[in-house]
Design a protein. Structure first.
Length: 255
């Protein structure tokens, strides 16, 4: 029986990217150490298609209804832990990403070498939208803002593993024990601010967060959460965030 130490959840938003991403994950990881769970968030029209097309080693979890990003990840993580109880690390990765070589090994190594780090993210690699200058951009870290801009990208590229105030939800790998301790994502969020809330719950439980300088994942940075039938509600999510943590999130930034 397979005994993976890493469980990765991919919530499906854009079906056209999912198979390429799975292939890249399998090619860039030690397959016996990692199990992938694709979460179909209530889209009954594609169940049979997924069953036929997904590699047999990939788990498929079909939800009865759309639980948004937070609920889909929580359901996937619980499914993986129930089936593979020896999993040490749980992660989420957006379906419009492109992992680069050794990205996952680097994330695991960072947490193994830093006992207080609960979760880490890779450096996000994006491309500018300028048709005449497709410049590669590296968004390494974020910081917390205010009620207008809860999360602000810091464009400075890091050269060493760096402790940060908050992680972007496009790709996170976390220690399973830490996620269990804080009860995963808060499912009241509707495709906005759930990553900030998760990070603040970890930080206020005496865990650290880190960006791994040797791990790179490309991100198309699409507007997928605003597609129809995604149940996105940014105003509601922000209201919840600020009711829990206050309007000025700057106070949670590392000094």
């Amino acid at each position: 029986m397979k005994k993976p130490q890493i469980g990765l959840v991919i919530p499906i938003v854009q079906r056209k990217y999912i198979f390429k991403l799975i292939k890249q994950i399998i090619q860039t990881t030690h397959n016996n150490d990692c199990v992938i769970c694709v979460v179909n968030d209530g889209n009954n029209k594609i169940i049979n298609y997924l069953k036929k097309q997904l590699p047999k080693e990939v788990e498929l979890l079909n939800l009865e209804r759309n639980l948004c990003f937070a609920g889909a990840n929580n359901a996937g993580w619980e499914f993986l832990l129930n089936k593979y109880p020896l999993i040490k690390y749980l992660g989420t990765i957006n379906d419009d990403t492109t992992p680069q070589k050794n990205w996952l090994d680097a994330l695991v190594s960072t947490m193994e070498n830093n006992s207080k780090v609960a979760a880490c993210s890779p450096v996000m690699v994006t491309h500018s939208n300028n048709l005449f200058n497709k410049k590669v951009q590296y968004s390494s870290t974020w910081k917390l803002g205010d009620s207008m801009h809860p999360m602000i990208i810091d464009d400075e590229r890091i050269t060493n593993d760096t402790r940060v105030s908050v992680l972007g939800g496009f790709c996170i790998l976390a220690k399973a024990e830490a996620l269990l301790h804080i009860d995963y994502f808060d499912e009241r969020y509707k495709n906005s601010c759930e990553d900030i809330d998760l990070c603040l719950k970890l930080r206020t439980s005496n865990w650290d967060l880190m960006v791994c300088s040797n791990s790179y994942v490309g991100h198309k940075c699409g507007k997928s959460r605003f597609k129809s039938k995604m149940n996105t509600n940014v105003p509601l999510s922000r209201k919840l965030l600020f009711s829990k943590w206050g309007n000025d999130l700057n106070k949670y930034n590392l000094k």
